[in-house]
Design a protein around this ligand. Sequence first.
Ligand code: NAP
Ligand code: MG
Length: 405
Amino acid sequence: MSEKIKMVTPLVEMDGDEMTRIIWKMIKDILLTPYVDLNTEYYDLGLVHRNDTDDKVTFDSAEATKKYGVAVKCATITPNAARMPEYNLKEMWKSPNGTIRAILDGTVFRTPIIVKGITPFIPTWTKPITIARHAYGDVYKNTEMQVQEGSKAELVVTDKDGKETRALIHDFDGTDGIIQGLHNTDKSISSFAKACFNYALDLKQDLWFATKDTISKKYDHRFKDIFAEIYENEYKSKFEAAGIEYFYTLIDDAVARVIRSNGGYIWACKNYDGDVMSDMVATAYGSLAMMTSVLVSPDGVYEYEAAHGTVQRHYYKHLKGEKTSTNSVATIFAWSGALRKRGELDKTPDLADFADKLEKATIQTIEEGVMTGDLAALSTIENKQTVDTETFLVEINKRLEKLMK
Ligand code: NAP
Ligand code: MG
């Protein structure tokens, strides 16, 4: 066998929990280390080690990501009450994804992996739709109240000098009611916009953005204006050079156009729209196990992962010594995404080329009818064969070996 591919700069590797931790090691052993001289800075984000380090390891891994520019992350447990005794936790540690996102000030982009035999519920969606969700503010950081009949509700803003500005929300005449206060910041909206413009340039795909600015003439309009300003000043010429478009429309018009489209673009969504639309789009493409995710910071730092969780139910089966048929595709694509980006940044085309071949071999395996149970349940391919977790990776490697010759 020829020499292994070298890596110049380390890749930040964030290990995780349960079944995805098992898959993580298998992917490295079967598909990566035979071909690549893996140069990673390893952080164990498994819950045991997070608890041992009082979650310091999560913060350290995010700082390392800032330093090196690219990370790949395994799915991790976000502790709830049931995990406290299971892992004998000192505290109910916060979601690592939340912690990392806050440190990198990043935006999450989710893209479905499309294979022949698994038809989206919208059959004209022949190309992926990537959803970018603004993950700060609006209804997720709201203040709300129930209001009694006869009350007057106002917005009050007190500026630095103590001067008050008031606006009437509603006079509750003859009925009780409800009110809600929302906010966002120019800083967060600008970061979101930059992450979206950068990622569109990266993928060479059009960027769509939509709000309800005709109704919300100050709040939503501010989103529209910030996007437009940043586009005009910093990205317009780059978009023109790349032959891609920035397209703004109203949210209801966007929804209608998305349904009629063939896919192949990035759809930037406000927080609530992104929450709702990402679940709709993911479901329409078929399976959460076929959804990749990348966190992109406004200054161009990338963290790749699968969109699904740790697949706990399969892990308990695995612990009992039973074979599982867990789909590793999204985790493989997290690795290929990170290795490709590392190769691009380091100008090592061998590494980027390996990433392409790894993805190709994975898709080829499924399209030739070899797949895990979750996909077999959806695929219309004839003579399909359901395989266990490890056999699936071995089958991918058979094809990868040929592509690497
Ligand atoms: P999950 O791990 O995504 O799994 C939910 C179900 O979806 C599984 O039981 C399985 O269905 C199916 N599934 C998901 N991924 C699959 C795969 N790769 N192959 C085959 N089937 C797959 O979500 P969860 O059970 O709600 O959460 C488990 C843990 O993951 C939680 O502790 C949560 O905090 C964590 N989580 C982490 C992340 C992250 O790190 N990004 C994201 C979400 C959740 P069947 O059981 O029917 O086969
Ligand atoms: Mg949701």
